[in-house]
Design a protein around this ligand. Structure first.
Ligand SMILES: Nc1ncnc2c1ncn2[C@@H]1O[C@H](COP(=O)(O)OP(=O)(O)OP(=O)(O)O)[C@@H](O)[C@H]1O
Ligand SMILES: [Mg+2]
Length: 598
């Protein structure tokens, strides 16, 4: 990233800071400027004291100026200490406020995104980048801006002092410091660049280390004896990274030594010049002292500042990700004049010549759904079957408007789904994806969030648990499902799935979509769930995706998908009669059962 971009990102962080709390912002700025220049008051008053002592030694009897200078010196230490503490406090408070603000802003933005964006590769990369440093990157960049104020105040003050002593000193100081900027830029940046380019290496290292830390992976490491293999990878990656950094650090330290010689050259010139002036009597001893202190301080400030640019550059890279994240706009949104809908009974769903390919930033992906046409009547129980990758999950994503069709149209009661309010539509459906999440909540909450409200309806809850077979293992609805917490427990895979199914029963939507809801569930419970779906979702539309053909027999309609196309559709009886693919797969599965029985 170019230096000017740091400032562009810094400006964004600043405007964010400004919006968060103007008073604190101004206070921090002013206090930083004060802190950056106050140190020179120490130097000035100290040099005044020296001059006064010399004057008194030479016979002056007036102690007034000495007392004044001493008082100022005392104050110049006392005031910054107090102010520094106040500044520290204001900053801590401000950082806390900022960190909440940033997190809320992020959640607000993320919560408004569409699933398509969240699923996208670029979003995930962006998110990881933003998380790498957390909100700290934005705040560190703000700190850089604040300390810049302090540095500039220091630089300007010292310039004025040096100028007032001898104009040449300003030239010496500037010449001494100029290369600092270029050297630091070249070599510190190199170190940072290596670090930055190693982000992927770090990710691999982190991933390999995680094999020893995450339970599922750790079990495999032990059983598959992967320790040595993983250890070698971690060591090799770390070593090659360290070597690169060490080489850059070496170059950096050599070049800095050269830099110090250059600085010393001008320091000695400055001292020589001032000593000559002092000997000639055009400045007092105190002036010599002041020149020396100011000159050194000037150099240190510039050094520190330039170095902080390198750090900030890295912070800016990560902060930039935050702002990109904030700038993201959801792609699937309600139209401005979208029609509000609320369904008294399930709507008629019609797919008309729907084709779809996943959106991609790089290449055009192939179609995964091709020219689909079918209808789902209100209250129908529909099953979708087909081999892995046939497009089943994708089809229901379109129905939920996770994505819009690339071609064709989905009609809801005859109206284009894209013209309906997205929120209203998604409120009317309940979907259980095959990779459903496990919630770290109590059992009551975990089922109750199926229809979020102030209170969980106890009757409805118990019924949902019963229909899904979750009631069999529930002894306490307030049991926390979170092993990491005291008293928390974990469930078996199938038990987790029963909870997820219970959530859908609790939701009791006009259209319920279940993507392999019983993949981990035992045969007895599976049977129970399906009969509950038939009995208790009477009148509601249910769409079921499954690989177990025995569970689709009772469906009103079966859609057989292959390579994104509907190759057969109809009831079990119809499909068996035409003796096509469905019949082939059904008999194959059935035969296996029968053979085993025999
Ligand atoms: N987010 C995505 N981006 C790009 N391609 C995808 C994405 N999700 C799925 N695909 C591709 O779309 C095709 C259909 O996937 P889909 O998940 O719909 O299959 P499926 O029928 O549900 O399979 P399974 O039985 O394994 O669940 C696959 O070839 C898959 O690689
Ligand atoms: Mg699927």
């Amino acid at each position: 990233m170019k230096t000017r971009n740091i400032f562009a990102v810094a400006l964004k962080t600043i405007s964010f800071a400004w919006d968060t709390n103007r008073t604190a912002f101004i206070a921090i700025m002013l206090l930083n400027i004060f802190m950056g220049s106050i140190v020179y008051l120490q130097y000035t008053s100290f040099s005044n004291i020296v001059d006064e002592i010399v004057r008194i030694k030479q016979g002056a009897s007036d102690y007034g100026p000495l007392i004044t200078a001493s008082t100022v010196l005392g104050l110049s230490f006392l005031v910054p200490t107090v102010v520094g503490n106040i500044l520290g406090y204001v900053r801590v408070k401000y950082r806390m406020q900022q960190s909440i603000q940033l997190e809320m802003h992020k959640i607000e933005k993320q919560g408004a995104l569409d699933i398509g964006t969240i699923e996208s590769n670029s979003y995930q990369t962006l998110l990881r980048g933003a998380q790498e440093w957390g909100s700290g990157s934005v705040m560190n960049l703000q700190d850089f801006f604040f300390t810049s104020a302090s540095s500039f105040a220091g630089i300007i003050t010292s310039m004025i002092i040096l100028w007032s002593l001898n104009a040449w000193l300003v030239l010496f100081a500037v010449l001494a410091s100029l290369p600092v900027y270029f050297f630091y830029k070249k070599y510190s940046m190199e170190v940072f660049r290596i670090r930055y380019l190693a982000v992927d290496d770090h990710r691999v290292i982190g991933n390999r280390i995680s094999h020893f830390e995450e339970l599922q992976k750790a079990v495999d490491v032990i059983l598959l004896k992967l320790k040595g293999w993983l250890k070698d990878q971690i060591r090799d990656k770390k070593q090659s990274y360290n070597e690169k950094v060490a080489a850059a650090e070496k170059k950096k330290s050599l070049s800095y030594s050269a830099l110090s010689l250059w600085y010393l050259l001008f320091l000695f010139s400055a001292i020589a010049l001032m000593t000559r002036e002092a000997l000639a009597g055009s400045i007092a001893v105190g002036g010599l002292l002041l020149a020396f202190n100011t000159y050194t301080r000037f150099y240190q400030t510039i050094n520190g500042y330039v170095e902080s640019i390198s750090f900030s550059e890295e912070a800016a890279r990560y902060a930039a990700r935050w702002f990109e994240l904030f700038d993201l706009k959801p792609k699937i949104v309600s139209k401005e004049n979208a029609e509000r809908v609320s369904f008294e009974k399930p709507p008629l769903v019609e797919f008309r010549n729907v084709s779809f390919r996943y959106p991609s930033e790089e290449t055009e992906l192939p179609y995964v759904l091709k020219n689909l046409s079918f209808t789902i009547n209100p209250g129908e129980k529909v099953a979708i079957v087909g081999i892995n990758g046939a497009g089943k999950t994708t089809l229901i994503k379109l129905l939920c408007r996770v994505y819009d069709p690339t071609e064709g149209v989905i009609l809801i009661n005859g109206k284009d789904l894209r013209d309906l309010s997205l929120e209203d539509w998604q409120s009317a459906i309940g979907i259980l994806f095959q990779d459903f999440p496990v919630y770290n909540l109590t059992i009551r909450e975990s089922i109750g969030i199926g229809r979020i409200a102030d209170h969980v309806d106890e009757d409805r809850l118990k019924r949902a648990a019963f229909y899904s077979g979750a009631d069999e293992f529930i002894t306490d609805y307030d049991q926390l499902i979170w092993k990491e917490f005291k008293g928390g427990i974990d469930l078996s895979k199938g038990q987790h799935q029963r909870m997820a199914v219970a959530r859908m029963f609790y939701r009791n939507a006009m259209i319920t979509i279940l993507d392999e809801p019983t993949a981990s569930i035992d045969a007895v419970t599976e049977e129970k769930i399906f009969s509950a779906l038939e009995k208790h979702m009477e009148g509601k539309t249910v769409i079921l995706i499954t690989h177990r053909f025995s569970t689709v027999k009772n469906a009103d309609k079966i859609l057989m998908l292959e390579h994104g196309e509907i190759i057969e559709q109809g009831s079990h009886k119809t499909l068996m009669a035409i003796q096509g693919k469905y019949e082939e797969l059904y008999t194959m599965q059935a035969r296996r059962y029968l053979e085993t029985e025999a």
